[in-house]
Design a protein around this ligand. Structure first.
Ligand SMILES: *[C@@H]1O[C@H](CO)[C@@H](O)[C@H](O)[C@H]1NC(C)=O
Ligand SMILES: *[C@@H]1O[C@H](CO)[C@@H](O)[C@H](O)[C@H]1NC(C)=O
Ligand SMILES: *[C@@H]1O[C@H](CO)[C@@H](O)[C@H](O)[C@H]1NC(C)=O
Ligand SMILES: *[C@@H]1O[C@H](CO)[C@@H](O)[C@H](O)[C@H]1NC(C)=O
Ligand SMILES: *[C@@H]1O[C@H](CO)[C@@H](O)[C@H](O)[C@H]1NC(C)=O
Ligand SMILES: *[C@@H]1O[C@H](CO)[C@@H](O)[C@H](O)[C@H]1NC(C)=O
Ligand SMILES: *[C@@H]1O[C@H](CO)[C@@H](O)[C@H](O)[C@H]1NC(C)=O
Length: 630
């Protein structure tokens, strides 16, 4: 974790080696020169041996569980229960327990899917609003005990806890305060006793629990009662000191304030808990946090892979590209992305969802595994402890993780990192990380490139935090400048990456929201009428029968049919693969209906023609009509 010591020791060893070599090569050597060298050698040592201490952290700071939580970046949410079988979202609490019968339930599969897709945490709805318990609670009959599943002897929480432990995946549990089944709901003292009794069961029977998720949802006109949050929080701390507590307002992690998984473009982990109320979220305050906040309460962005939170036979998952967009605006904005992937009524995560998760992972891998700045020469406006101090060297920003960082000298007016990429490169994504164990500092920054003799601003940003991702239209340059213009204290940078995203179109099409209202078939007609054939270079975002070139097969076939010969190439397409497709007006039949007559793979390295890609997507997503893509 902390490589500072070993690094600088290595450097000292290297320095000494270099000096020894210098001595050896001074041959023949006069006694006087040798004496001088020896004196230099010994006067030099104390200077290199003493390290400059790190700067003071700036309050508020994360606790150890909060830090561990944030470093995991993403968690998988598992909504599961009677709703899975009754095609509902908010069960009434009166569904017969006999509906719950996931005959093929395999919690290892859930964990395996999470792991494979790059998620190291899972959170299960142990009890949703309907009050049904996925473990055999001793305080109610409304649980797995009363179901036919495993003859009433099953325990979903236990099975998941075992699977997660085996895989080294962190487990979180959701225990809904709102309970539509329990009779004592509405009687403050009785229900708080009941709820805390259930909490003790969950937090004492299943090993380490890393997160407790308290949903603030409550139906309109529901019985009025008080939840004893302070007592609940203390109980959770006593039983599971390593767990983070989620609610609308923390104490450890806050709700982002929407169910689209989108954070504000400024997003502070700082927050005033006293200025917020559980169940009365001000979305703007939650999405942005508070640069003056005195509590450390980073945000969690929850969103579902499908329209609903529970599995429904009729629903299809979002495309991998859509998930990538959400990732940029959640994990890429200093938050944890909590992606819901609900197991189906067989008790397994559906193939369609697994497919999308794998494609989502593949997109992230292909964009972020390569830092185009990895071979850059770096230099900074200043370095803490002096220009030779490797401990706070700008090169630290090329190392993964937050524990090594560049720090400027104190009391500077400029904070700049210069990068020479050694060759001119194209890129459209910036990644920045702050060492948040030292507090969140940066208020405003920008990226500039040297272009035709002058520096040109590429993108401005506000707030960094654990991780900030920013997209912009593709630029090309050899020289970059990362400038921090405002900061709560001396800014520290632990990672800086530049990347090429060949898949997203949003960054090129800021006006796509308005396009989303265009009638798709009209747009397609416009360009098909102008020319008989249209050749487009596209990137395949999603594979499988259901999703072709980023739109659903249904949507695609509404506009263009796929020639059987072309279909073969299309169905073998891999995510990230580039194709040249030809859309042609059919010679017979419906002249308004285009046909995709060829789908020819292009060699890697070929740049998709962004404008036409945008056109194509404008068309496809226009068909949704709801602006759903943004
Ligand atoms: C459960 O899922 C795991 C992981 O996918 C798999 O290895 C195992 O064979 C499955 N068990 C059963 C009984 O299907
Ligand atoms: C949060 O608290 C700080 C004082 O600790 C205060 O300066 C700031 O204005 C508060 N934020 C809001 C939104 O009230
Ligand atoms: C649930 O998903 C599995 C794939 O993991 C699939 O075999 C099964 O048919 C699905 N069940 C339903 C009801 O769709
Ligand atoms: C950065 O490097 C250039 C050339 O190597 C040098 O001229 C400049 O002084 C350096 N800047 C700083 C702030 O050290
Ligand atoms: C960055 O902000 C400045 C003003 O602060 C503005 O002039 C400039 O156009 C912005 N640049 C970009 C790329 O957004
Ligand atoms: C879109 O345009 C087509 C053709 O002009 C028309 O038939 C259809 O009704 C339009 N759809 C909507 C939602 O406006
Ligand atoms: C399918 O791809 C191959 C190259 O792999 C190409 O030669 C062929 O023309 C393509 N077929 C169609 C119908 O696009």
């Amino acid at each position: 974790m902390n490589t500072d010591n070993s690094n600088s020791n290595d450097n000292n060893v290297r320095n000494i080696k270099r000096r020894t070599q210098a001595l050896n090569s001074t041959n023949p050597i006069s006694l006087r020169a040798l004496t001088i060298l020896i004196i230099l050698f010994f006067t030099f040592i104390p200077h290199t041996a003493l390290k400059t201490p790190p700067p003071l952290p700036i309050l508020p700071l994360p606790s150890a569980p909060q830090l561990q939580w944030q470093l995991s970046s993403m968690a998988l949410f598992l909504h599961f229960g009677p709703n899975t079988f009754t095609d509902s979202e908010w069960g009434t609490g009166h569904a017969n327990p006999s509906v719950f019968n996931p005959t093929r339930l395999n919690a290892s599969q859930w964990v395996h899917v999470a792991e494979e897709a790059g998620f190291s945490r899972v959170i299960l709805t142990a009890k949703h609003h309907d009050g049904f318990c996925l473990w055999p609670s001793e305080y109610t009959d409304y649980s797995v005990k009363a179901s036919p599943w495993r003859n009433g002897k099953g325990d979903v929480v236990a099975e998941l806890a075992t699977a997660a432990k085996e895989a080294g995946v962190a487990l979180g549990l959701y225990l809904s305060p709102w309970d539509r089944h329990e009779n004592c709901y509405g009687k403050t003292v009785e229900y708080n006793e009941f709820y805390m009794g259930q909490m003790v069961e969950l937090l004492s029977r299943y090993g380490d629990i890393k997160e407790v998720w308290l949903d603030g949802a409550k139906g309109e006109g529901e019985k009025d009662m008080e939840y004893y949050f302070d007592a609940w929080f203390s109980l959770i701390r006593q039983l599971q000191p390593g767990a983070v507590i989620f609610s609308d307002t923390g104490p450890d992690t806050r709700w982002i304030g929407d169910e689209a998984g989108i954070a504000g473009s400024s997003c502070w982990s700082l927050f005033n808990r006293s200025d917020a109320e559980i169940g009365g979220t001000d979305p703007q305050y939650s999405q942005a946090g508070d640069p003056y906040g005195h509590d450390w309460v980073p945000a969690e962005c929850d969103v579902s892979i499908s329209p609903g939170w529970f599995w429904h036979a009729s629903e299809v998952p979002k495309s991998a590209l859509k998930l990538l967009d959400i990732y940029y605006r959640s994990a890429g904005r200093n938050c944890l992305l909590l992606l819901n992937v609900p197991p189906n009524s067989s008790g397994l995560i559906s193939d369609e969802d697994i497919q999308v998760l794998q494609e989502f992972k593949e997109l992230r891998r292909s964009i972020f595994s390569d830092n185009l700045a990895k071979n850059a020469m770096l230099n900074a406006s200043s370095i803490r402890g002096g220009n030779d101090n490797s401990q706070f060297s700008p090169y630290n920003v090329l190392e993964d993780g937050i524990y090594t960082y560049w720090a400027p000298e104190e009391d500077q007016s400029d904070w700049v990192l210069y990068l020479n990429l050694q060759e001119s490169l194209s890129f459209n994504v910036l990644q920045v990380q702050e060492p948040i164990h030292m507090g969140q500092r940066i208020i405003e920054f920008n990226l500039e490139i040297l272009n035709g003799g002058g520096w040109k601003k590429v993108i401005n940003g506000t707030t960094v935090g654990y991780k900030r991702l920013l997209q912009f239209p593709t630029v090309q340059s050899q020289y970059l400048k990362f400038v921090i213009s405002r900061s709560r204290a001396d800014p520290l940078i632990s990672f800086l990456g530049i990347h090429m995203d060949r898949f997203s179109i949003l960054s090129y099409a800021s006006g796509i929201t308005s396009q989303a209202h265009v009638n798709g078939s009209q747009v397609l007609q416009q360009f098909s009428i102008a020319t008989d054939t249209k050749v487009l270079n596209v990137v395949c975002f999603d594979r499988a029968a259901k999703v072709i070139f980023g739109c659903s097969a249904q949507q695609f076939f509404d506009f263009a049919t796929l020639h059987p010969y072309a279909a073969k190439n299309a169905s073998n397409a891999l995510v990230g693969e580039m194709f040249r497709i030809t859309l042609s007006k059919p010679k017979r039949g419906n002249a308004e209906h285009l046909r995709m007559t060829s789908v020819v793979p292009l060699r890697s390295g070929f740049q998709p023609v962004i404008e036409t890609l945008k056109d194509l997507y404008g068309v496809i997503y226009g068909a949704e009509g709801s602006g759903g893509f943004m």
